[in-house]
Design a protein around this ligand. Structure first.
Ligand code: ZN
Length: 288
C-alpha cells in the first residue's frame, strides 16, 4: 500500500482497492477500510509513520472490500464510523450482503468468503441525502450498491464503485450494478468534479464518465439483441456471459453478474422495452 497525495489535503492509500484520505491538520478521515484486517493494518501503519491521527472512517458502500477492515480499525483506534443510513445495517450485519445475492436464502460457503462477508462492526453516525459532513461533501451515488455515496473535497471526489477505471472496463467483463437507471444518474452527478477517484482502477478526469456510460449502453444493447425471442432468465444470463466472453471465475462472480444482468432486465422492463412472466416454472423475459 502506498500513500499518494493529490493535493495538500487529499490523498489515496493505493492498493487493489483505493482508500481515500482527507486531512484536517493532523486528524484524518479515511474513506473505506479495504477487504480485511491486513488492509486496515497497512493503513494504520501509514498513519503512524506520517504522524496522522485517524478520527473518522466513512464507508462509501456496504460491499465487503470496502468495509472489511472496519472491525480491526475499531478495535485499535477511537475512530468514529460514519455511513449512509442504508449502509449501516449491512456493516453491523454483514450477512445481509451475501443474503441479497442469494435471493434471501442462507448463503452457501462460496458466498461467505471474505469477498462477500466482512466481520461485523458498529456504526457511530449516519447520514442521508446529499450534503455536508463537517466540510466533506457527501454525494449519493447509487446504482452499484444501495446507499452508495461519494466523498468530495473541492473538485476531487472519491467516487467509490460508481465509476470504474479504463483498465477495468477494457477487460472482458461486465461492471457490477444493481440499478442501471440509478447508475446512469450517478454518472451524470460526477460531471461537476474535475477528478474522479474510482475504488478500482486509476484516477481519471471526467472523460472516464462517458466511457462508463458507453459500457452500460454496450451491455444493454447486447442484451436487447439477445432477447429477440422470449427466453428464461437463466438462458439470458448464459447467453450474455457467453456472447461477451466473460470469464466467470467462480460461483461468487456468477452471482454478482447474475444480479447485474437482472438489473439490466429490470431496467428494460421499467422503460417499457421488456416484459416478465412465469411459464412452466420458469421466469420468461420477452422484448416488446
Ligand atoms: Zn462495490
Amino acid at each position: 500500500m502506498e500513500l499518494i497525495w493529490l493535493d495538500s489535503r487529499v490523498g489515496i492509500l493505493s492498493d487493489r482497492t483505493n482508500l481515500g484520505l482527507i486531512r484536517f491538520s493532523k486528524d484524518v478521515v479515511l474513506v473505506d477500510s479495504g477487504i480485511d484486517e491486513s488492509y486496515a493494518r497497512k493503513a494504520l501503519k501509514i498513519f503512524s509513520l506520517n504522524d496522522l491521527n485517524l478520527r473518522w472512517l466513512v464507508n462509501t458502500h456496504f460491499h465487503a472490500d470496502h468495509i472489511g477492515g472496519n472491525a480491526f480499525i475499531k478495535k485499535r483506534t477511537n475512530v468514529q464510523v460514519i455511513t449512509h443510513v442504508l449502509t449501516k445495517p449491512f456493516v453491523e450485519n454483514p450477512i445481509l450482503e451475501p443474503l441479497t445475492l442469494s435471493c434471501g436464502a442462507y448463503p452457501t460457503d462460496e458466498l461467505r468468503s471474505k469477498f462477500f462477508l466482512a466481520e461485523p462492526s458498529k456504526v457511530d453516525e449516519t447520514f442521508e441525502g446529499d450534503g455536508y459532513l463537517y466540510d466533506l461533501q457527501i454525494i449519493e451515488l447509487p446504482g452499484h450498491a444501495l446507499g452508495q455515496v461519494g466523498v468530495a473535497v473541492g473538485d476531487i471526489i472519491f467516487a467509490a464503485d460508481s465509476i470504474f477505471g479504463e483498465e477495468i472496463l477494457r477487460k472482458k467483463t461486465i461492471a457490477v450494478y444493481n440499478d442501471i437507471d440509478a447508475a446512469i444518474r450517478s454518472l451524470d452527478k460526477l460531471k461537476s468534479f474535475n477528478c474522479c477517484v474510482p475504488s478500482h482502477g486509476s484516477i481519471n478526469g471526467t472523460e472516464i464518465i462517458s466511457l462508463n456510460k458507453a459500457h452500460i449502453e454496450f451491455v444493454a444493447e447486447k442484451i436487447r439483441l439477445l432477447m429477440k425471442e422470449p427466453k428464461s432468465e437463466e438462458n439470458i444470463i448464459c447467453d450474455v456471459l457467453q456472447n461477451l466472453q466473460v470469464d466467470v471465475a467462480d460461483v461468487g462472480m456468477y452471482y454478482l453478474l447474475r444480479m447485474t444482468i437482472l438489473a439490466y432486465l429490470n431496467w428494460l422492463k421499467k422503460t417499457g422495452e421488456a416484459q416478465l412472466y412465469v411459464d412452466k416454472g420458469r421466469t420468461i423475459w420477452q422484448r416488446l
